[in-house]
Ligand binder design. Structure first.
Ligand SMILES: [Zn+2]
Length: 345
């Protein structure tokens, strides 16, 4: 009896290995025209990395934002609209987004804690309203997703039950950012190498990492931000990230774009409608709410060997892409019109 159980287990193992092997082999060997995969991360980059800045300190406006924009690095800034620093600098925060690469997130109105569900209606929801309507309105997207970062407050000041927080966030399309633990510049990570090691881990695992910052050093200023990161660490860190982004190793993005991409990619499927020597037609669907999840995904499609440049059409969007090793890399919107790919004549 015992022997036969062992034999059965061994047989099941053998079948599993065989099935797995066949799957892997067919996935990597599928070079047929029209075969398509969804890239793990945007532009088929190796990994994702996020920079998050808390509390709206002046050094973020004066140093971090211009340095990020110069290097085309995107970051999320978590705002506290009822805080003194914000009030005096509000017009500058609204102005800063004109240079791009900045997405605002919710860090509550006062950073003083939330008592209960009722209190959350002002302390949390009002911050989201200000971001959507005043600080960073996006036409046609009045209810877009907003990232939420729970502030650290004195003991006893945050008594909102966990399930009520989840309810508040769900009711107003907010997404909680990952934990501060182990990811804070200065509070957890002091050296440049510790911060770049986070990014190296993301690349090695083809996954995601992030760094949460507070202040940034303002050279020559009498007053410094809370937990101000020295510029001789901050600027080399940005140079390192820009280099990794240029090498396609990192997708440096904001929390909501990251969340949208990951959610859509996990729910996506590609259907090949037709493929021949002159045309490929695909359908990209994802079981998500298209109003909130409207970030294009990156697809990689095999095209006929003789094609050198392709025209891609999805609804009224068109793009021209060149072929590399018989493949094209391009963006497409899930749940949109069918994707038409043809050789450029
Ligand atoms: Zn904070």
């Amino acid at each position: 009896m015992i022997k036969s159980i062992h034999q059965t287990i061994r047989l099941i193992f053998a079948i599993c290995i065989l099935v797995n092997f066949t799957r892997t082999a067919s996935a990597s060997a599928d070079d047929s025209t029209g075969a398509t995969r969804v890239a793990s991360w945007k532009d088929d980059r190796t990994a994702a990395f996020m920079l998050m800045f808390d509390d709206g300190w002046p050094g973020q406006l004066q140093v971090a934002i211009p340095e990020l924009q110069k290097r085309e690095l995107t970051a999320t800034f978590y705002m506290v609209p009822d805080k003194g620093e914000y009030k005096t600098l509000a017009p500058k925060w609204a102005e800063a987004i004109k240079g791009g690469y900045i997405i605002y997130g919710n860090h509550t109105m006062t950073h003083q804690g939330v008592r209960d569900y009722e209190h959350a209606q002002t302390e949390i929801l009002e911050c989201t309203r200000i971001i959507r309507e005043e600080l960073q309105p996006i036409p046609g997207k009045p209810n877009r997703l907003i990232s939420f970062a729970q502030p650290g407050v004195p003991k006893g000041k945050w008594t909102l039950p966990k399930e009520d927080l989840i309810r508040v966030l769900e009711e107003d399309n907010m997404i909680k950012r990952p934990t501060f633990r182990g990811h804070g510049a200065i509070s957890h990570l002091q050296e440049l190498e510790q911060m770049t090691a986070l990014a190296e881990e993301a690349i090695a695992s083809q996954g995601t990492e992030y760094l949460i910052l507070h202040g940034v050093e303002r050279i020559g200023s009498k007053w410094q931000d809370f937990w101000a990161l020295k510029q001789d660490i901050f600027l080399p860190l940005l140079d390192y990230l820009a280099e990794k982004q240029a090498a396609n190793e990192l997708w440096i993005t904001d929390h909501i774009s990251w969340h949208q991409y990951e959610t859509e990619r996990n729910a996506a499927s590609v259907k090949l409608l037709q493929a021949n020597d002159s045309k490929i037609e695909l359908e990209l669907t994802a079981s998500v709410n298209p109003e909130l999840y409207d970030l294009p995904l990156t697809l990689i499609t095999n095209v006929p060997a003789e094609w050198s440049e392709c025209q891609i059409k999805q609804g009224d969007r068109t793009a021209l892409v060149s072929v590399t090793d018989g493949k094209i890399i391009y963006d497409a919107l899930p749940n949109g019109a069918t994707i038409q790919i043809s050789a450029k004549k």
